[in-house]
Design a protein around this ligand. Structure first.
Ligand code: FES
Ligand SMILES: [Fe+2]
Length: 449
């Protein structure tokens, strides 16, 4: 297939996004992927890690965002610094593990240049060879490059790589209350990452994963084999109100009807964010609110916040929240899923579970069970989705139709308002994501020209 040239061609990029359909190149074209890195993933706020992963001075967490290797590290003053994982000398990586501790300073494993945890160059072995060479005036002597725009919100650390762009609160707006609600469900108001990460590669474009989180017309089809089998095997106990294993209670709702998901609704916000299910979602039947009394969790919450406030906190029901473009959260079961795009057709997906600090261990077991069942590399639910993503990634190369369709419940008046609540089976979540996608990428391209 011969691709158009998109780099330096904002008109061609703009033509890819129509009101209710998008051109396949947004998923399969590598130039578009490069433009996304440059203008979407650098100019917006991307999730990096959680505070609880780096509690002590020198603790670090490393990853790659928009193609740039970097790491968050706890500085001596207690703040989180985000540094490029690139030695100022010849460019070796400074931290080689995903997480660890730097010790008293960051030492390059190649020639042992040493840096403070804020990136300042501390020492160079055998330094006399650098004297009177002009070294003092060049970048290398200034230490490590760092990211200026770092924001920790309720412990969730986000960065904006670009020096230019929208502020954190303006970017996320009201959708931040999904993170608030997750943290508020802890009697201490604090979360901590529990255990490791379920991390696996998807051979597909990152947007397929993000879009799928609020695609409510797929579960009853793609998850029919898992959800309906679970329901058939346990029907008697479910109908009689008998004992049903948690795993079965988590899987069966994936087979809910179109009408159920439609009634649950979807709320979209400017900049591509959204959540579904506020008027009824698939987690309601086992959400904390209904089960809080079984472990003493409810009493702990009431003594921390008071009855009324706890009612409000447990009253927030939501399916998946998208903090566009990098994160999906489930506040009721304390998990987040993060996309790390690798190429147009390859995406690393990470699933993290959180402990509600101070809550009984039953609450953590709930989120861990859900995560293993639905999100792990051996899930019998998540792979229904993965198989769909990977088949689309391949099939979009077919000739004939070059468009991906999002017409369900499209109305011209949805373009413009900052927030809309509508029926849950609408494709509005995707149209809204692509409007943000187009806005940020075109703004960035036009600014460069
Ligand atoms: S590359 Fe790091 S000290 Fe030489
Ligand atoms: Fe699914």
């Amino acid at each position: 297939m011969i691709h158009k040239n998109y780099i330096d061609n904002p008109g061609a990029v703009s033509d890819l996004i129509e009101d209710a359909r998008v051109h396949r190149d947004v998923y399969i074209n590598q130039e578009i992927f490069e433009l996304e890195n440059e203008h979407l993933f650098k100019r917006t706020w991307i999730y990096l890690c959680h505070d609880s992963q780096i509690p002590n001075v020198g603790d670090y967490y490393s990853t790659t965002i928009a193609g740039e290797p970097l790491f968050a590290v706890r500085h001596t003053d207690g703040t989180v610094k985000v540094l490029m994982n690139r030695c100022a000398h010849k460019g070796a990586k400074l931290v080689l593990d995903v997480k660890g501790n730097t010790g008293k300073f960051i030492k390059c494993p190649y020639h042992a240049w040493a840096y403070d945890t804020d990136g300042k160059l501390l020492s160079i072995p055998f330094k006399k060879g650098m004297e009177n060479t002009g070294f003092d005036c060049c970048e290398a002597s200034h230490g490590l490059s760092h990211v200026d725009n770092v924001k920790s919100y309720r412990g969730f650390v986000f960065i904006r790589l670009s020096g230019k762009g929208i502020g954190f609160e303006d970017y996320f707006g009201p959708v931040l209350n999904s993170l608030d609600n997750m943290a508020d469900r802890s009697p201490s108001g604090e979360l901590e990452v529990a255990g490791g990460c379920l991390r696996y590669m998807h051979e597909c474009n990152w947007k397929m994963f993000i879009e799928n989180q609020n695609d409510t017309v797929h579960p009853m089809v793609a998850h029919a084999s898992s959800a309906y089998t679970a329901e058939r095997l346990w029907r008697e106990e479910i109908e009689s109100g008998g004992q049903v294993p948690d795993a079965i209670r988590y899987v069966v709702p994936f087979g809910s009807s179109y009408e159920f998901f439609d009634k649950g609704g979807v709320r979209v916000f400017e900049n591509g964010h959204c959540y579904g299910g506020e008027a009824g979602g698939i987690h309601d039947k086992y959400a904390a609110a209904l089960e809080a009394s079984r472990s003493g969790y409810e009493e702990l919450m009431i003594s921390a916040y008071g009855k009324e406030r706890v009612k409000e906190i447990f009253g927030v029901i939501r399916h998946n929240t998208i903090l566009y473009p990098s994160v999906m959260t489930k506040c009721e079961i304390q998990q987040i899923r993060v996309v790390r795009p690798i190429s147009a057709s390859k995406t690393l997906v990470e699933s993290w579970t959180f402990n509600l600090k101070g809550a009984p261990k039953e609450e953590l077991i709930k989120t861990q069970t859900f995560s293993r069942l639905i999100n792990s590399p051996f899930s019998f639910v998540g792979h229904d989705d993965l198989s769909a993503y990977e088949s689309m990634q391949e099939a979009l190369h077919a000739s004939g139709n070059v468009w991906v369709d999002f017409h369900r419940n499209f109305k011209a008046e949805e373009v413009g308002p900052k927030e809309i609540f509508t029926n849950g089976t609408s494709d509005i979540y995707a149209r809204n994501e692509f409007r943000a996608w187009k806005k940020f990428i075109l703004e960035g391209m036009l600014e460069k020209n």
